[in-house]
Design a protein around this ligand. Sequence first.
Ligand SMILES: Nc1nc2c(ncn2[C@@H]2O[C@H](COP(=O)(O)OP(=O)(O)O)[C@@H](O)[C@H]2O)c(=O)[nH]1
Ligand SMILES: [Mg+2]
Length: 208
Amino acid sequence: MQASFVISAPNLRLCPPPSVPEVAFFGRSNVGKSTLINMLTNRKSLAKASNIPGKTRLINFFLVKGSFKLDPEKIVPMERQIVDLPGYGYAKASEKEKKGWMDMTQDFLTKRETLKKIFLLIDASIPPQKIDLEMIDVLIDEKVSFDLVFTKIDKGTQKEKSKYLREYQSFLSKKLWQKWMDVKIFQVSHKWKGRTELLARIDEIVNS
Ligand SMILES: Nc1nc2c(ncn2[C@@H]2O[C@H](COP(=O)(O)OP(=O)(O)O)[C@@H](O)[C@H]2O)c(=O)[nH]1
Ligand SMILES: [Mg+2]
């Protein structure tokens, strides 16, 4: 597998021409998006994992070539793109700025032809946040195909994490009732926990 940065785009119109199957990572600012992209691609700083929340305000494209080598028998497309979307919920931004990013992101999520799946990242170590539940609502309402990825599962107690996860599952099952949407759930940490499962899922998605 070879991963490289392609381009940062400020809006859908300026994104690269849709040609390669794509999966996008989305979530609250500081949830661990950049860290996850670096982990999946096995590159230390492909997506800049920054401690300064809210820094990523552009749609960042990474091209991943070659096999993940999960199943050598399986034919995988030689190229797919990983998209790092602007994080939401950055407290210091103005309402106008927040709306601008959200409109731009929603445009991308609903209109990008090559986009096959959104991975919505959720911090597993804190109680369900209103803004994350609202985002799940938006994705369901807009019929955007998504999976949930719980990050930072190395943090917090098992009891708390299980409780938060159950809360999300119950929220989802109420919302998804009769919607024909299949939402898978993954759990990851920066120490490579959950990496194989997520790579397998990406392979499955870009092949379908
Ligand atoms: N304990 C722990 N910290 C993490 C994990 N993933 C990310 N972080 C930390 O969370 C902060 C935000 O991560 P980053 O990837 O920049 O988040 P982004 O804003 O969503 O791109 C950084 O300080 C990371 O080191 C994880 O799995 N476990
Ligand atoms: Mg980031």
